[in-house]
Write a protein that binds this ligand. Structure first.
Ligand SMILES: [Fe+2]
Length: 346
């Protein structure tokens, strides 16, 4: 539809209602009944109604007479149900046509049928209920779409997480364990559900930038050369580049970029200090160090949980966020937390 025609059809903020009846006088009285609360369109036949829908649709509610020359109301509403299934359909019928109206309702063409003569207050109430029904359908559809997006996002996150770990034999399960520990710490620290969900996604993807690092660097035993180490240390920035186009208000990419920063500014890639580091990154940093020290590496065996906790305790406040360090120490020393594979908590 041309833009100027659509603009002519639009009446800001009002729900669109299409009234169809071959009785011109009745149609005019219906139009007056609804004109203050709805953006009302009228048609005097089924064929004209389809034309109005094509030109000025979609409509939230359509109210149609049953008996009309040419296309009757049931034929019209059955077509509308196929062409515009979200339009809620109301049929006006005489007593003699009751069975036809019931059949139309049973076939799903009609949300409600009303018998003529219909008192204005009954008609108003029915159209209002049809409008609410339309809103409910819209909300359900949006909820369904949101759930599908969430499932899709989860699949993508898990897929990328698996992808990066598949390239690094020493990284297997690392992101899941780090995420599980970070979430447990987040709970201790009183993070909101939204903050924990951000932390969960960031944790599962925090080393995604290692896709840029040659697999040989990641898996080769022995100490890395300085230039190899500098390539590996690019992974937070690369991870940020991969994910920075996510929602600007959703700091997953920023947390990933900062997960190797340290409170005293000695970390990388930006050398940020203290509160300039996102809280999620400060939590992930502690969880990352604990899991890394407890894991075998190409150049050393696991150092064990005692050494990892001693490192966190020793550098609490200097390298690691105090609240995050306290939460981590409390989990292991007072609440019996163990690293496990992390999958049960996610
Ligand atoms: Fe990392």
């Amino acid at each position: 539809m041309p833009e100027e025609m659509r603009a002519a059809c639009a009446e800001a903020g009002k729900v669109r209602l299409l009234l169809v009846d071959d009785d011109r006088n009745l149609l005019e009285s219906l139009r007056r009944l609804f004109k203050d609360d709805f953006e009302v369109f009228t048609a005097e036949s089924g064929q004209e109604a389809l034309g109005v829908m094509a030109t000025c649709g979609p409509f939230t509610v359509i109210v149609s007479d049953l008996k009309m020359p040419g296309m009757d109301g049931i034929e019209l509403l059955s077509r509308v149900s196929r062409a515009s299934p979200d339009t809620v359909r109301v049929l006006l019928t005489g007593h003699a046509d009751m069975q036809a109206a019931i059949d139309a309702a049973n076939l799903g063409y009609v949300y409600r049928f009303l018998t003529k003569p219909c008192p204005p207050e009954v008609l108003r109430l029915s159209v209002e209920e049809a409008r609410r029904h339309a809103e409910l359908l819209r909300d359900q559809r949006e909820l369904f779409a949101l759930k599908r997006c969430k499932v899709l996002l989860e699949g993508i996150v898990r897929g990328f997480s698996t992808l990066v770990e598949a390239r690094d034999v020493y990284l297997a399960g690392h992101q899941q364990r780090v995420t599980a520990l970070a979430l447990a710490m987040g709970r201790e620290m009183g993070l909101t559900d939204a903050e924990k969900e951000t932390l969960r996604i960031a944790g599962l993807l925090h080393d995604i930038g290692k896709v840029y690092v040659p697999a040989d660097f990641l898996n080769r035993p022995g100490i890395l050369r300085a230039e190899e180490l500098s390539v590996i240390q690019m992974h937070p920035e690369v991870g940020y580049d991969i994910l920075k186009h996510l929602d600007q208000n959703w700091p997953v990419a920023v947390i990933i970029r900062q997960h190797h920063e340290r409170m005293d500014g000695s970390g990388y890639p930006q050398g940020l200090q203290g509160r300039f580091i996102a809280q999620g990154a400060r939590i992930l940093a502690v969880a990352d160090v604990v899991d890394a020290m407890c894991s075998h590496r190409p150049y050393r065996p696991s150092l064990g949980i005692s050494a990892a906790l001693a490192e966190i305790e020793k550098n609490r406040g200097r390298l690691y966020d105090e609240a995050a360090a306290d939460a981590c120490l409390k989990l292991f020393r007072e609440k019996g937390y163990s690293l496990g594979d992390g999958s049960a908590e996610l």
